[in-house]
Design a protein. Structure first.
Length: 462
């Protein structure tokens, strides 16, 4: 890796080749990241059983609720960096990088404090089953004790992707994933540290990836080089970052909050439903990785090209990205639909045979309602990515807040008491995906999102 740069100019060359070339390392990196997320669930489920698996497997929504806001802010930072990078404004690239890292340090410390102190309260509010609660508290407190490393890595990753370098984050995640699996096996399988051991494995792995990313930024030879003594807040740059980042962060947080409400209702059906749906959520995480990769590529592509005032090129890239996301998502959804029982069975092979079969049945039922509608989920995410890249992150925030939070929670609140079945909860997702997709399509085709961006060109920072 030495000092070699993989930064890319996405304002010239074949659109589809650039996007695919940029998206593939992101996909592989996310694959390894998802791999070490799943490693906790898989190893815990097979070594410690159903209750421990439920504690770890249901962690995703709560973790994302607490760190999702800051991840969204770093999306804003990435858009700002990509915009200046596309305009070849290297002075402001440097200012944006150092402001982003400063924010990450402060955010990580705040999140550590909040996560450790509020974990029991939040888990109790989520109606976490009593037989799962002790393991859940242990896992979350260890995880949030080291969450600053996850926050720092997200900031670093956003910077690399903003300048078109998706390869170095891949290298860091490969190392981190391999380490996480090895530590899971050691802490849980050999040393018998329980779910706390799985959480320690994740924290250590995230610390390594954050260290590698920061080290590479400090050795960079271009304008995005990180110089520790320059890490500070620049008021006007922070304002730009937060203008795009806060709507993205709020969007992440409110969607996660809505999903926590959904998870709370799933928890009311017991530990077996919790385990089955938790296993499916891990599988969904894998299945949706190609779409996540394309949406990140879309945001960077749109940001760089609009920064360079390549408006028609930005529109062509948006069309290609939308079509690719929808097509790939539906193919993946149908594949998961077909193989979901066997996939869930991989996560839980110890414990009572009847319980294992019930976990598989409930997880399969949940999945087969959602997977045929992946094309709607992909369309909404891709539209949101385009608008974020154009600096209009307020629009996806409003759409997601109304559809994926308010409407989803309202549906759950009204429908579940009327029809108290797990399938009622499952339908909350495709219904709200469809609603948001309709709104995004109307906005995309009616509003001039391209040239509105150009009328607010980036200015030099003082």
């Amino acid at each position: 890796m030495a000092n070699q740069s993989h930064a890319a100019n996405m304002t010239q060359g074949s659109i589809w080749k650039l996007m695919v070339r940029f998206a593939i390392p992101i996909f592989l990196g996310n694959l390894f990241q998802q791999f070490y997320n799943v490693a906790d669930t898989f190893i815990v489920g097979n070594v410690l059983g159903t209750e421990a698996m439920a504690a770890v497997g249901s962690s995703g929504n709560l973790i994302f609720m607490l760190i999702g806001f800051f991840q969204g802010v770093f999306v804003g930072a990435g858009v700002v960096v990509s915009r200046f990078w596309g305009a070849r404004d290297h002075e402001n690239v440097s200012i944006a990088v150092h402001t982003s890292v400063a924010f990450a340090i402060v955010a990580g410390l705040v999140l550590t404090l909040v996560g450790v102190l509020l974990t029991p309260t939040i888990l109790d509010w989520m109606h976490t089953p009593a037989d799962v609660l002790p393991n859940s508290i242990e896992y979350f407190r260890v995880y949030f004790g080291g969450v600053i490393f996850a926050v720092l890595y997200n900031a670093v990753n956003g910077i690399f992707q903003a300048v078109g370098d998706s390869r170095h984050p891949l290298y860091f995640l490969i190392i981190s994933a391999m380490l996480n699996v090895a530590l899971d096996l050691l802490f849980v399988g050999v040393l018998g540290m329980g779910v706390g051991g799985a959480a320690f494995a994740t924290v250590i792995s995230q610390a390594v990836s954050a260290f590698l990313g920061l080290r590479k930024l400090m050795k960079a030879t271009e304008s995005y080089r990180l110089i520790p003594r320059k890490i500070r807040f620049n008021g006007r740059m922070l304002q730009k970052v937060l203008y795009i980042g806060i709507p993205s962060g709020l969007q992440n947080a409110v969607i996660a909050l809505a999903n926590v409400v959904v998870q709370t209702n799933i928890n009311d059906f017991g530990a077996l439903a919790q385990a089955g749906c938790g296993a499916y959520s891990k599988i969904e995480g894998f299945g949706f990785l190609p779409i996540t990769s394309f949406t990140l590529a879309l945001t960077t592509f749109i940001g760089q090209n609009l920064g360079a005032q390549e408006y028609e090129r930005a529109k062509k890239g948006a069309r290609f990205g939308l079509i690719a996301c929808v097509s790939i998502a539906e193919a993946i959804g149908l594949a998961i639909y077909a193989f979901i029982p066997a996939l869930i069975a991989m996560f839980i092979q110890s414990g009572d045979a009847a319980q294992v079969q019930e976990v598989i049945r409930l997880g399969t039922m949940h999945a087969r309602i959602m997977t045929p509608f992946y094309f709607l989920l992909a369309l909404s995410n891709a539209m949101a990515a385009v608008l974020r890249g154009a600096g209009r992150s307020i629009v996806p925030m409003i759409v997601m807040l109304c559809c994926w939070c308010m409407f989803r929670v309202t549906y759950i609140t009204i429908a579940v008491p009327i029809r108290p079945e797990l399938t009622t909860i499952s339908w909350a997702y495709p219904i709200t995906w469809g609603l948001s997709s309709i709104i995004f399509l109307i906005y995309y085709n009616v509003v001039d999102w391209v040239h509105a961006y150009g009328r607010s060109k980036p200015r030099k920072m003082a």
